[in-house]
Ligand binder design. Sequence first.
Ligand code: CU
Length: 150
Amino acid sequence: MIKKIIASGIIGIVIIVALAVAFSTDVEPQPEPAPESDPTYLMQGVTQLDVMTGGDVIMPTKVSRPGCEEIDQCYIPSEITISAGESVTWVNEDSAFHSVTSGFYDAPQNLFDSGYMDPFESYTLTFDESGTFDYFCTLHPWMEGQVIVE
Ligand SMILES: [Cu+2]
C-alpha cells in the first residue's frame, strides 16, 4: 500500500517535471513590451508596485462603499496644497482597487489617471503648473479629492 503511494507519487513528480521541461523549451523569449504611454492624458505620473504606506494622500479602508464622502475622507486629506514643481504621492491603503483620475466622474478632464491601483500601490504625480486639480476614483464615483498648486 505504502509502496503504491510512493510509486504513484514518484510517477506524478516525473510527469510534472516532464511537463515543466516540455513547456519551458516551448516558450520563446518575448520582446519587452513597449513602455506605456497614453496620449489621452496630458500629465504622466509614476505608478509603483512596491508595497508602501504613508503617502501624502491615502485611500483608507472601506472607501469602496459610500459614506466616506459625508465626512470628506475618501482620500485623506481630500484637499492638499503644494507649490508648483512639487509632487503628490497617493497610496492605496484599502483592500480594493482605486484610482486617481483628473476631473469628476461626470466630467473627466483627461489630465492624469493612475489606472487601477492595487492595495498598497502608490502613484506619484508632479504638478508643474499652478491651479486647482480635481480628481476622483473611476470605480467609486463618490471618492473625490483636490490638489491645489500655488
Ligand atoms: Cu475607489
